[in-house]
Design a protein around this ligand. Structure first.
Ligand SMILES: [Fe+2]
Length: 241
């Protein structure tokens, strides 16, 4: 067992993430049309309240670069585990990615969504693989805000697997490829997710970190514009990384 343990005295010391939990019959692993996996129940119930308390409280919508000062201890421990080489190697191996843990990681966190988010894309060429873990207590429905892996860049309904609701303990990992199309139908409101991107080089990490910090301030101001834009978004809209 490689994962770090929860330390709350009121909860059993279960690991917050553990690749062994992927070994359940409903874990979906596909290598075509691109390598991805989707798994339920990857976070312990005993840590739910700690994560709720410790999740960063951003005022803007979208992903923000991880800053440990904005997170409580359980989230910091989870990020440390998820970004560790041991975890990366274990989960990457499920998709045939050798030694994923050798690559630098970039962690970002989203608490709120606007209707602008979720347009179809592949992730950028400097990404080797992307992992996402979700935290919402519940999700109102299927459809809006549920992650879809897709066969095409221009059709949000061309799903290649069941969509993933952004609820507590759902975990996905996919290998970035020129056809790793993914996205979701528009939604807005709270949608809590932590993303780890394994990147091709430290230079790309530096470049992305600078860009993420530069857009942080703008995102706090942009909520009104996002709502305006998102309200008119085409359901199969795409963006290039
Ligand atoms: Fe993406």
């Amino acid at each position: 067992m490689i994962a770090l343990a929860a330390t709350s005295p009121t909860t059993p010391a279960l690991p917050l993430l553990d690749p062994a939990r992927l070994d359940r019959p409903d874990t979906l692993i596909r290598l075509e049309p691109f390598p991805f996996l989707a798994a339920h129940g990857q976070l312990p119930e005993s840590a739910r309240a700690d994560f709720d308390r410790d999740f960063p409280k951003y005022s803007g919508a979208g992903f923000f670069p991880y800053n440990e000062k904005e997170c409580g201890p359980s989230i910091r421990t989870l990020v440390e585990t998820m970004a560790s080489p041991a975890f990366a190697n274990a989960v990457g191996g499920k998709l045939g990615i050798a030694n994923l843990g050798q690559f630098p990681t970039m962690v970002s966190i989203c608490r709120h969504l606007s209707k602008r988010h979720g347009t179809i894309h592949t992730d950028s060429k400097c990404t080797v693989a992307t992992g996402l873990v979700y935290f919402n207590t519940e999700w109102r429905d299927t459809g809006g805000g549920c992650l879809r892996f897709l066969a095409k860049i221009d059709d949000i309904d061309a799903t290649v697997a069941p969509e993933v609701q952004p609820v507590y303990g759902e975990f996905v990992l996919f290998k970035r490829a020129d056809n790793s199309f993914h996205g979701f139908l528009p939604a807005e409101g709270e949608r809590r997710v932590i993303k780890v991107a394994w990147l091709t080089s430290e230079e790309e990490k530096l470049r992305k970190t600078r860009r993420g910090n530069a857009t942080r301030f703008f995102k706090r101001l942009a909520g009104g514009l996002d709502r305006l834009y998102g309200a008119h978004r085409d359901r199969s809209a795409a963006h290039r990384n």
